[in-house]
Design a protein around this ligand. Structure first.
Ligand code: ADP
Length: 512
């Protein structure tokens, strides 16, 4: 019996390829990084050839390095970052680099769309929040500011479509990636005619849409040779990294919340039909025709902890380096000594503007409640608490739309800290489970691939593949402290939301 499957994730900073056994054991792993181009303010682009080579390399490495006979590999299944945009000309050659989700050059156009009210109407059909990250906004920007480029568009694709086109000569986009473009109607599972008309794009300028379990067979022989895989092995188109991460951490049942705090953060839950938020705060992306992932992405996750470390704890960072210990561990030990609630110091973590729940790029950070007894360690602990408070406010938005989740599956760099995980259980007042699954989007892709190939009947097999888990239960004393501070945090974030533009205007001027 064939035993192995590869899950591959085309991420923002690198492509990861994981060779799994059918039980979910990791047999081999490759991670190939690439550059981000930021030649002008707000630009965040990547080179399409560099990414294509990384995919080929990643596959080649895990296939050629392991002892697994290639005849036992059942397939290769894909995940990819959302919102990337590449324009192709009549010869199917790229006329742009890959413009990533992090590119903010379309801000003016997404702001205008939001203000006009048309943005909310479009969001309610597409499930993609109106934001410069979305291809919808980027296409508006290109149409208005680079009309020559816009007129040359033969096809509009994302990075996964481009890579698979080069490997198979087939141009298809899965429902999941499409649902993050802002052009796709999640209720009809089709391109939205009104949005296309508004943009001035024809349907034939977009890829044909397929289910996330769609298979491509007939790998280009030249690449089959390089990679070392028979050309008959099916490639499964797969889905976006976000929705596959829910699958890969076993958060696909109703009432289970997937929460990530890495550099940024997100909360997501699976519902069985498409839904949108009347207030436009949440995304709704497709996983399969009967699974939709509802959630909110936040900019301010672990990157805020990094800022606190680098700006307020330079001596400790140096000590940790000399002692060859993890500087984050040293700092969380210090934060541990401060009581829950940081003796009434509250931190609003909006250093990098904020997506959910505010969707305000002008948002900025605030310490509130400082008194003379507060120390640097209080500032540290309240920053960690503030990141979780903000995620909690996203949960409140989610609860308005889809009900209250019972438990949380949490992942990301923050999970290296017991203090931070316990804080999450205490602030959310729910059990927090940390699955050990490795590269959750790759595992999600692999499981979706097994389903597509008919090897498993149901995606729920993932529960036997995520490995051992650890559980944190809420501590009553701590959550009673947080329960008193949360309403203040929420009121502050409302009040301050009206003032952010004033201060960012000053900051922009000051920067010259
Ligand atoms: P990415 O999202 O870029 O893949 P990670 O998931 O590794 O990154 O998350 C990185 C973040 O995790 C860091 O910015 C930091 O805030 C946090 N982190 C890393 N190590 C620790 C630790 N030992 N304790 C607490 N937080 C940590």
């Amino acid at each position: 019996m064939k035993q192995y499957i590869i899950g591959i994730d085309i991420g923002t900073t690198s492509t990861k390829a994981v060779l799994y056994s059918q039980r979910g054991d990791v047999i081999d792993y490759a991670n190939i990084g690439y550059s981000l181009y930021q030649d002008e303010p707000d630009m965040a682009e990547q080179d399409v050839d560099e990414i294509f080579e990384a995919v080929v390399d990643g596959l080649t490495q895990v296939i050629r390095r392991s002892d697994v006979p290639v005849t036992e590999i059942v397939g290769v299944s894909f995940s990819s970052a959302m919102h990337s945009l590449i324009l192709l000309d009549h010869e199917m050659k790229p006329i742009t680099r890959s413009i990533t989700w992090a590119d903010n050059r379309a801000t003016f156009y997404s702001d205008e769309l939001k203000k006009s009210g048309l943005g909310q109407k479009i969001y309610e059909k597409t499930g993609t929040p109106i934001h410069p990250m979305a291809p919808l906004s980027k296409l508006l920007w290109i149409k208005n500011e680079k009309p020559d480029l816009f007129s040359k568009i033969h096809k509009v694709v994302g990075i996964k479509e481009y890579v698979l086109y080069r490997l198979f000569g087939e141009l298809k986009m899965d429902y999941s990636i499409a649902s993050a473009t802002g052009l796709f109607n999640i209720f009809d599972l089709d391109w939205d005619s009104d949005v296309l008309e508004f943009l001035g794009l024809r349907r034939d300028q977009l890829p044909e849409l397929v289910s996330t379990t769609y298979q491509m067979i007939g790998l280009n022989p030249a690449y089959a040779e390089v990679i070392g895989l028979p050309k008959e092995v099916p490639f499964i188109i797969g889905a976006s990294d976000g929705v596959l991460s829910n699958l890969g951490v076993n958060a696909i049942e109703e009432g289970v919340l997937a929460l990530t705090i890495g550099t940024s953060g997100a909360i997501r839950t699976v519902v069985n039909h498409p839904v949108t938020d009347p207030k436009g705060r949440l995304f709704c992306y497709v996983l399969t025709e009967d699974m939709y992932v509802l959630g909110g992405p936040v900019n301010n996750g672990g990157i805020v902890f990094r800022w606190v470390r680098d700006q307020l704890f330079t001596p400790e960072k140096e000590t940790a380096a000399q002692m060859k210990i993890d500087s984050y561990d040293l700092l969380t030990d210090m934060a541990q000594k401060i009581p829950a609630g940081s003796d009434g110091l509250i931190f609003l973590p909006y250093l990098g503007g904020e997506r959910a729940p505010l969707w305000n790029a002008d948002a900025r950070g605030t310490y509130f409640g400082l008194n003379r007894n507060h120390t640097r360690a209080h500032m540290l602990r309240s920053a960690l608490e503030g990141i979780v408070f903000n995620l909690y406010t996203v949960l409140l938005a989610l609860e308005e739309v889809s009900g209250s989740p019972k438990s949380i599956q949490a992942t990301g760099g923050f999970a290296r800290s017991n203090l931070w995980k316990q804080m999450l259980a205490d602030i959310f007042e729910r059990d927090v489970i940390i699955p050990e699954s490795f590269e959750s989007s790759c595992l999600g892709a692999a499981v979706l691939g097994l389903k597509s190939l008919g090897i498993v009947d149901d995606l729920s097999v993932v529960k036997d593949m995520v490995g051992t888990t650890h559980k944190h239960v809420p501590n009553e004393e701590n959550f009673s402290a947080y329960r008193q501070l949360l309403p203040i945090f929420i009121r502050l974030s409302r009040i301050l939301n009206d003032e952010y533009s004033a201060i960012t205007e000053y900051q922009r001027k000051y920067k010259g």
